[in-house]
Each structure stands twice: as C-alpha cells, then as structure tokens.
Design a protein around this ligand. Structure first.
Ligand code: HPA
Length: 240
C-alpha cells in the first residue's frame, strides 16, 4: 500500500518538500525565486495561493514558499513545514525598515536575534523574557558567504512588530535606542517555533526603507539587492 502523503489545513503537497525551506513573505516572490534561481522546479502547494516550490540549487534540494505577513502567518506555515513535512532549516528572506541612520537602503541585515512586541511568545509560559535567536550555524554560513562574495552585511538585533502603522510616533525610536537595527514583522515567531522544535532558523533582509532618514528604494535597484540576498541564502541548502 502506498504511504499516504500528509497534508495540513494550509499545505497540501503536490510534490516533495525539501529540508531547507526559504520563506519570502509574498507567494509570487516564492514563484519568482523558484523560476529564477532553481532547477527542476515543481510546485508543491497552492492552498490559499500560498505558493510553494521545490527545486535544486547547485544540485541541492531546496524549497521556497510564501509565508504571508506577520507572526501568525509565518509561524503556522513554519510549524507545519517543520512538524509535518520535516523541514530542518527555515530561512526568511524579506525586506525590513532600517531604524538606524547609518543603514542604507539595499543594505543587507541578518537577524542574530529578533525582539518583538507580539504576544506570540506568551504561549510558551516562560518565567522571564525569551530572546528569539537565529541559528548560529546558518548565521555563520551566511557571514562566510558574504566574505567570499564581498558583500557587506549588518548582523544584529531586529524588531518583529505586529504593527506596521504605529499609533504612537516614538515607538521605533525607543527600540533604536536599544541598538535594534531594523523592523519587520515575522522573525521572532519563526525563531521561537524553530527553537522549540530544535531546528535551524534565520532571517535575512534587504533594507527597503530607512525610517530615520526617509530614504526609500526604487524598483530597478531593488532587483540587484534582492539577488545578493538570494546568493547569500540559497547556498544554505548545501550545508551538511
Ligand atoms: N515596518 C515593518 N515591516 C517592514 C517595514 C516597516 O517599516 N519596512 C519593510 N518591512
């Protein structure tokens, strides 16, 4: 009897899913990454149009799937990818808003840790403040790639916020004073889900706007920054 392929409320796999999964927020970005950078691409998920693809990068299996926006979305997809489909490396590739004046648009930020204003971590009922942390294995591999490829990266603490349009206008400034580099909306949830499962997670971002200086990206230059981010993260599929 054929073994039944598991499915979940959000992922109904039509093709295998690789142990290494890249997670851009936008499902059409996942399609673009698969079609641009991978060989032998097969679509594995179309549920809710949260497109997922599996292919190979330099001979190594890798999947790429949309995560949606925000901690609730990425954390449910990561949970299912890890617990049901055996993912052992979950890597967010996205954009962030810089909170420090010396970060330029198109710069690359790697989230060593992810502070958050979300209540997601409260479910773990820990007797203190948990520090969602990226995988050192993945982080050191990205740093090594950056050195080899001559790409500058900024490594540090980011903020994963539930709020894109803040009611108060001093919020970002307060996080910035604690050395937080940039804001996005997903990584703290991804890191917590991965940590609890004992697997590796990392967030790598291109700066799309600077909240201090007001600088913003233009679409033509966005493309090359995006390519750099992919060339730093896709080789993670080949790690032992
Ligand atoms: N806030 C949250 N997420 C983001 C931002 C921002 O300003 N810019 C890019 N991603």
């Amino acid at each position: 009897m054929a073994t039944e392929v598991p499915s979940t409320p959000h992922i109904n796999p039509q093709a295998p899913i690789a142990p290494t999964v890249l997670l851009p927020g936008d499902p059409l970005r996942a399609k673009f990454i698969a079609e641009t950078y991978l060989d032998d691409v097969r679509c594995f998920n179309t549920v809710r149009n949260m497109l997922g693809y599996t292919g190979t990068y330099r001979g190594h299996d890798v999947s790429v799937m949309g995560s949606g926006m925000g901690i609730p979305s990425i954390s449910l997809y990561a949970w299912e990818l890890i617990h049901v489909f055996g993912a052992t490396r979950v890597i967010r590739v996205g954009s962030c808003g810089a909170m420090q004046p010396d970060l330029d648009v198109y710069d690359i930020v790697v989230a060593q840790s992810a502070s958050t204003d979300s209540r997601f971590l409260e479910q773990y009922d820990l007797p203190g403040t948990y520090a969602p942390t990226g995988s050192y294995k993945l982080l050191s591999a990205v740093a090594e790639q950056a050195t080899q490829q001559g790409i500058d990266i900024h490594v540090g603490n980011i903020l994963s916020s539930d709020v894109f349009y803040n009611f108060r206008d001093d919020v970002n400034e307060r996080w910035a004073r604690m050395g937080v580099l940039a804001v996005e909306m997903e990584s703290a949830g991804l890191y917590a889900v991965a940590a609890e499962a004992g697997v590796d997670a990392l967030g790598v971002f291109t700066v799309s706007d600077n909240l201090v200086t007001g600088a913003q990206t233009t679409s033509s230059e966005r493309e090359s920054a995006f390519t750099q981010m992919m060339e730093l993260t896709l080789p993670l599929a080949g790690l032992e």
